[in-house]
Every structure is written in C-alpha cells, then in structure tokens.
Write a protein that binds this ligand. Structure first.
Ligand code: PRP
Ligand code: URA
Length: 210
C-alpha cells in the first residue's frame, strides 16, 4: 500500500462505520454517524498543517506557543462531499471553501461537471473531501481541475470514508504524491461500480433522497 494512504484505526470510526453500512439505518442517524467519522478524520488530516511560533501572556507568565499559519482550502465534491466539509471547517474555521459539482453517469460511471467555484489562489494546503472513492473518476476529475488551476499536488490531501482498491490503484498511478485519509478500504467494485460491501449511495442516504 502506498505510504501516503492513512486508514484511521479508531474505535469510534469502527462503531459508526458499522451503523453506516447497515441498510436499515435511517437518514438522520446516517448523517450523525458520518459527521462523527468526519470529525475524527478531519483531526487526523490536519495534523501536519503549517505552524508558526506565537508568544502570548498567560495570566501568570509569558508563553512561547504555536499557531496555525495560512489559509487552507476545503474542496467538497458535491453533493456528498458536503457531508465532510462541515466537520473540517469546524477544525479549521479560517479555511476557504471551493465547490466542485460532479455526478456520475449511471450507465458509463463517468463523472460530469455541473459546478466549478474555486478561488484564485490554489497554491496552499487543499483538502478534497468526498465520502466515496469508487472508480476514482470523480476524484481524478477534481484533481485535474485543481492541478490545471495552479494547485501544488504535494499540498493536496484527500479525506474520504470508503475506498475501493481499484480506485486507489487508478488514483496513485496518476498522482503518487497525493495523501489520503480514509476510514476503510473495501473489497471491490460491483458491475455498477458500487463499492462492495460499501454503504450504498452515500449522497442519497445522507440527504434522504434514496
Ligand atoms: C458519488 C460519490 C463520489 C462518486 C464516487 O457521488 O460521492 O463523488 O460517486 O464514485 P467514483 O469514484 O466512481 O467517481 P455521485 O456521483 O453519486 O453524486 P452525489 O454526491 O450527488 O450523490
Ligand atoms: N458512489 C457512492 O455513493 N457509493 C458507491 O458505492 C460508489 C459511488
């Protein structure tokens, strides 16, 4: 496995993933559990953000501390990426957000773009968030847009929940320098390019449009 792939082994993630995978879980609980996992992944994925020294005065003495420096960018891939971006924004409230709207064609499984609202400066830490990495078509389309518009791919981190091995292979053939934080790598893709065992259509289950 590529050393840039981090599968977060955490009791709360395992607990919530099992609830997400259960086909009987209602939308409101699906949202709560996904938000819990997103928060833990956000904490992990922001571990190495750039810092600078910061001196403050405690009520008792001077203190030489640290502060986050710079303005990261969060890029949710709509729709389902919105499920992750809120938690990330809680951890880094000063981050900007740029939206990419993609949807997979049901027959070809290829993504088509319906929205692109990125800021001008992409040369900074960028977090691309989407709960499902299946064929990786949507992720690769997004990364190609970011690269074409000036992102430094060594500063790009993907946060996702469930990856298919086929998608990770495809992703790393094109962008070996990319860092991925995820909750699970599943078995395989089925004939409709759904992740098995997976959790079904993440966007539909999160937004209740099943
Ligand atoms: C899902 C998911 C990813 C994509 C993954 O979105 O959120 O964006 O499919 O599949 P891929 O790796 O094969 O491209 P979908 O296109 O269903 O749109 P939605 O978020 O609006 O539900
Ligand atoms: N998109 C999803 O929401 N789920 C999958 O299993 C594959 C793509």
């Amino acid at each position: 496995m590529n050393q840039n792939i981090h599968i977060i082994d955490h009791a709360v993630i395992h607990d919530r993933m099992t609830i997400l995978r259960d086909k009987n879980t209602p939308s409101y609980m699906f949202r709560q559990c996904l938000n819990d996992i997103a928060l833990i992944l956000a904490v992990e994925a922001t571990r190495h953000l750039p810092m600078e020294q910061k001196r403050v005065e405690t009520p008792l003495a001077p203190y030489k501390g640290s502060a986050l420096v710079g303005t990261p960018l969060i890029v949710p891939i709509l729709r389902a990426g919105l499920a992750l971006s809120d938690s990330l924004q809680r951890i880094i409230p000063h981050a900007d957000t740029g939206h990419i709207g993609l949807a997979r064609d049901h027959d070809t499984h290829e993504p088509f773009e319906y929205l692109n609202r990125l800021p001008e400066n992409l040369d900074r830490p960028v977090f691309v968030v989407d709960p499902m990495l299946a064929t990786a078509g949507s992720m690769l389309a997004t990364l190609e847009i970011l690269k074409a518009e000036g992102a430094n791919m060594t500063q790009v981190t993907i946060i996702t929940l469930v990856c298919a091995p086929e998608g990770l292979d495809r992703l790393y053939k094109v962008f070996p320098e990319i860092t991925v934080y995820a909750a699970a790598i599943d078995s395989h893709l089925d004939d409709s390019a759904y992740i098995v065992p997976g959790l079904g259509d993440a966007g539909d289950r999160y937004f209740g449009t099943d």
